[in-house]
Design a binder for this molecule. Structure first.
Ligand code: SAH
Ligand code: SF4
Length: 385
């Protein structure tokens, strides 16, 4: 915890108040101890915020008036600000969120049979510049705080008014697959994921919280020491020559090192039956050929994994094309024949630009894009894998 949590005797200006929304359980306990209060206060406040959805300290009635007043001097509970909320015809909901300092990030809730997956952002923009990703094209602006990350879960539940009626049904799974590279914002992402899994907060099981990385190897090794969340790795190519072009961080941490790091991660898990999800964005004429599928099948032989194929989602600044349904099927078949479990990610929320890699501040350019998408919907070209 930083000094801002309370040892400083000077009066705290409102701007310096600690945002309690982002404190993990140990951090919240530390905060109350530093304030000269009992540790169990952390439990009460966590429940108010994450179980009851209460952000007004005054309404946290079991704290007692004196403590509420003391708390309001040094702390607040401030969710991020929603700029827009859009609902897709298929039930997907997307929020554009303005974070302090002015940047925009997006969060998407994707309901499917029996589950609802929230796709959460970790940074404003991204520094890694993968050639097929619209977030990468924006460049990097800044890391999100832990409050801004867990705040996306809070907002999603609040937007369905579901804190009282049963938050468990609104968000059953979280994937760190929105904007940004989560492992480059390590501490804040880990604190937020702890809250996702914490019983006093959202209580989602570790299998249902997934971190997706493009391959920041040292941070992945560090994650293995502190977390047991599910792991997804954005591979996109079966050899270094091709991956160097698509995922520039591969030049620093090539495939062999990345896969070794994935194996280490799995070996560190208490539950040995878990597998890595290998994500492979299929781009027409770039990485979708049958020989490359065979090379991929060979490469992954020693890794306990399942493979998720993601047909490329187009965006304005990219010349890449989405492969045909036939070439997706051919690629899929090679991997299935080699014995892998392979899923093809369906495109959800296409009418609101909510698919992977389309998450970028399009809010300003909404009209033109919705026209384009309306014509796509009308001509029934949405591909569902
Ligand atoms: N930075 C992390 C997590 C965010 S990206 C990562 O790269 O893993 C989430 C997933 O969307 C990644 O697998 C990424 O490769 C994929 N993706 C990005 N842009 C895409 C696009 N235009 N079409 C399809 N998938 C895309
Ligand atoms: Fe960053 Fe992931 Fe996009 Fe690559 S794919 S630029 S790592 S957000």
């Amino acid at each position: 915890m930083s000094a801002a949590t309370g040892n400083d005797p000077r009066p705290t200006a409102p701007a310096q108040r600690v945002n309690l929304l982002g404190l993990s359980r140990p951090q919240m306990e530390r905060f109350f101890l530093d304030l000269g209060e009992k540790k169990f206060r952390a439990e009460q406040v966590l429940k108010w915020i994450h179980h009851a959805g209460v952000i007004d300290i005054e309404q946290m009635t079991n704290l007692g008036k004196a403590l509420r007043e003391k708390l309001a001097q040094v702390a607040e509970v401030r969710p991020p600000e929603i700029v827009s909320q859009q609902d897709s015809a298929d039930g997907t909901r997307k929020w554009a969120i303005r974070v302090e300092g002015g940047g925009l990030v997006e969060t998407v809730l994707i309901p499917t049979a029996g589950r609802a997956t929230l796709c959460v952002s970790s940074q404003v923009g991204c520094s890694l510049d993968c050639s097929f990703c619209s977030t990468g094209k924006q460049g990097f602006q800044r890391d999100l705080s832990a409050a801004e990350i867990i705040g996306q879960v809070w907002l999603a539940i609040d937007s369905y008014d579901a804190f009282k009626s049963g938050k468990g049904r609104v968000v059953t799974n979280v994937v760190m697959m929105g904007m940004g590279e989560p492992l480059l914002n390590f501490d804040n992402v880990v604190a937020a994921m702890e809250l996702m899994m914490e019983d006093l907060a959202y209580g989602i099981s570790k299998r249902r919280v997934t971190l997706s990385t493009s391959g920041v190897v040292p941070a992945l090794d560090k994650l293995a020491e502190v977390s047991e969340v599910s792991l997804a790795v954005s591979l996109h190519a079966p050899n270094d020559a091709l991956r160097d072009q698509l995922v520039p961080i591969n030049r620093r941490y090539p495939i062999a090192r990345l896969l070794q790091s994935c194996r280490n991660y799995m070996a560190a898990q208490s539950d040995r039956n878990r597998v890595v999800t290998v994500e492979y964005t299929l781009i027409a004429g770039v990485n979708d050929s049958v020989p490359l599928a065979r090379e991929l099948a060979e490469l992954l032989r020693d890794l306990p994994c399942k493979i998720n194929l993601i047909p490329f989602n187009t965006f304005d600044q990219s010349d890449y094309r989405r492969p045909s349904g036939n070439s997706v099927s051919r690629f899929w078949q090679v991997l299935v024949d080699a014995g892998y479990i392979v899923t093809v990610r369906s495109t959800r929320g296409d009418d609101i630009d909510a698919a992977c890699g389309q998450l970028v501040g399009q809010v300003v350019d909404r009209t033109r894009r919705s026209e384009r998408h309306r014509s796509r919907v009308d001509s029934n070209v949405i591909q569902v894998g």
